[in-house]
Design a protein around this ligand. Structure first.
Ligand code: NAP
Length: 258
């Protein structure tokens, strides 16, 4: 085993693709050993681990599971501790995102078809808020030992709501409050911060996002351009590697949109 005690260790959820993948790659470049969490994207996660291990032996593992199932958290953290004996950073990045228009929810209520709305509530609240809280709980004993950090990937729409996305916006607002609450309660042992992306990558299933809507979002952004995954990863690595004496902060990376 090539583990060295000076090497820091991170778990990144939803790490196989898109923003999570870029966060993982940049943390790895800065010397972190990384546990790449995935749910469905096994091939992408394993490809990423293989590529990172080719740069530094035994520097990346994959861990899997549906984060709506809280029972998996202890074994997920144990897998990391078994490998490297320590944990320095948790990045809560995994998220589900889709619209839940209130009008549709009202119709569901009227037609006693509330199940669809309840499922969306459980999924959006579960992945964006409940899972980050309970995974943080599982990590805290180990993070205390290393004076570690928690970084939550939130959204500018946790600060102001996105129309037709009330449940998602409420979940991210909750995650912002969780960031501040845990920062207060875990100080001085663990720093807890959040990064709030603006328009970075359009959703993979973006059926309802027309090119006109995308252009309108860009026009409303002070920097008149979309960001990219690397902009988010840089903010995360700043908090993880460079920042001192920062806790309970929400860093907006949104091109000046808000
Ligand atoms: N994209 C943007 O422009 C943007 C803007 C604002 C905020 N954000 C925030 O930035 C973060 C990353 O954004 P993104 O667009 O890269 O995310 P994404 O592609 O929509 O989702 C990231 C990963 O989350 C995982 N995930 C979702 N539900 C899960 C569950 N129940 N259990 C386990 N894993 C689950 C999925 O893993 P698998 O593929 O393995 O199933 C998915 O690949 C998110 O927190 C998002 O809210 C993004």
């Amino acid at each position: 085993m090539t583990y060295s005690a000076s090497q820091k260790v991170a778990i990144i959820t939803g790490a196989s693709k898109r923003i999570g993948r870029e966060i993982t790659s940049q943390l790895h470049k800065r010397g972190f050993n990384v546990a790449i969490h995935y749910h469905h994207s096994k091939i992408e996660a394993e490809t990423l681990a293989t590529s990172l291990n080719s740069v530094r032996t035994h520097s990346a593992i994959t861990v899997s599971g549906n984060l709506l199932n809280l029972d998996i958290f202890p074994q997920l953290v144990e897998a990391v501790i078994d490998n490297w004996g320590q944990l320095d950073l948790l990045v809560n990045n995994a998220s589900s995102f889709y619209p839940t228009p209130v009008e549709e929810a009202t119709i569901n209520l009227e037609t006693t078809n509330l199940e669809t709305t309840q499922q969306a509530w459980d999924d959006l609240m579960g992945s964006n808020l409940k899972a980050p809280y309970f995974l943080s709980l599982a990590c805290i004993p180990f993070l205390k030992l290393t004076q570690g950090k928690i970084i939550n990937i939130v959204d500018i729409y946790g600060l102001q709501p996105l129309i037709h996305h009330s449940i998602y916006s409420m979940a991210k607002a909750g995650l912002i409050m969780m960031t501040k609450a845990l920062a207060k309660e875990l100080a001085p042992d663990i720093e807890v911060n959040a990064v709030a992306p603006g328009a970075i990558l359009w959703p993979e299933d973006n059926a309802e996002l027309s090119s006109e809507k995308k252009q309108k979002i860009i026009d409303n952004t002070a920097m008149k351009t979309q960001g990219n995954a690397s902009d988010i990863a840089q903010a995360v690595t700043f908090l993880a590697c460079d920042a001192q004496y920062i806790s309970g902060n929400i860093i907006k990376v949104d091109g000046g949109r808000f």
